[in-house]
Write a new protein. Sequence first.
Length: 444
Amino acid sequence: MYLAYSLLTLAGVIVVSPYFLYQAVRHGKYVGSLRQRLGFLPIAFNVDGEESIWIHAVSVGEALTARALVADLRERYPRLRLYLSTTTMAGQQVARRNLQGIDAVFYFPFDWMFIVRRTLDIVKPSLFVMMETEIWPNLLRACRARAVSTIVINGRISTRSYPRYRMIRPFFRRVLGDVDRFCMQSDESARRLIDLGADPARVTVTGSLKFDSLQLPTPIVHGKPRERVLRFFRLPAKRVVIVAGSTMKGEEAAVLRAFERVKSIAPGALLIVAPRNPERFAEAEQLARETGLVTVRRSDLPIDSDPRADVVILDTVGELAQLYQLATAVFVGGSLADYGGHNILEPAIFGKPIVFGPHMQNFTEIADTFLANGAAVEVHTERELEQAILGLVTDPVRRARLGAAARALVEANRGAKDKTLTVVSELLPPGGAGGVVRRFRLVQ
């Protein structure tokens, strides 16, 4: 089974290699990370061969969620080094910029046995932590063979991925057997995981770490905002600001049309568009310019001034979360077009009214909770998006009510961090000398 999996992934790499080659030539992606993905980490990475905790976070969202645990892990396990890997370039940038206390950040290796063994030889983890549901069969099998403890935290099984996993349930059950503990976001995700073959005794519902990872609004220090990005947006108090975050292909056009309606009643309004994928910055900018709106990139803004534009394209990584606090109303993308939705908690912590589309499969429980508590607005069509944004701009009372409900939900749902750390401590007792003694199991 594992041989078939390895051959299948190899075939997949061969099939998509033209795309990766194009991205490397056109955008410079993947070239600089290839050695690390092949398991060749820098010589100075762990020159003394010290044991570690290895956290894997796929991209930006997972890296920011890991922030909730880093300080506590550093305090509880001072004798272990702390490493974090990501799959994407954006995740690398955010992790390096936002995660203090990490000894090193590197790219996740390809999941072939000879590569993961090479990586494990250098990283030397006592504990391997997977954010959300990053299940890599060969790496988990290699961890089991080396008595490396493994845990999934903030785990979820989405409505979209669940049927796919069920199709390979016999193999998936074996893979799940190599994971020591699962900390799941919800009862439904836990139920799905057990149905796929996880041992119920290893599954704990801890809630979503995304609530605990949110940074509270930062105060003004000596007359200037602590977050540098805010210095590029010195906005008058009454200026209407619409923030469209993590937008995907097909959504910017709808947002721009809705914004044109907003401009008809608030001529000085500003739209901040943050495409989810960096390679789409130019496309989003072109769409905005074609509407006749004055458009500028965030990287071209002068510091300490009010943007003299109708539309700002956020062409930087890791700044969106702080910019939500400027919003009059927020649209969270990946939801009007069918991409599974994105994180609505980042604007919620600032008490902002949130609008999203019908496709929130990646955040089903959170989205349903927000809707049930009157803390967000769901729209199904471009027309409804326009009406929702326009309605929020013209109704300050409704804006305040939605925003307050969103902020209250965030505060009420914190606590997953402590539950998660309790499970981690059971697996890797603080104060111990590295790894834990585990039951022997023959790896075939």
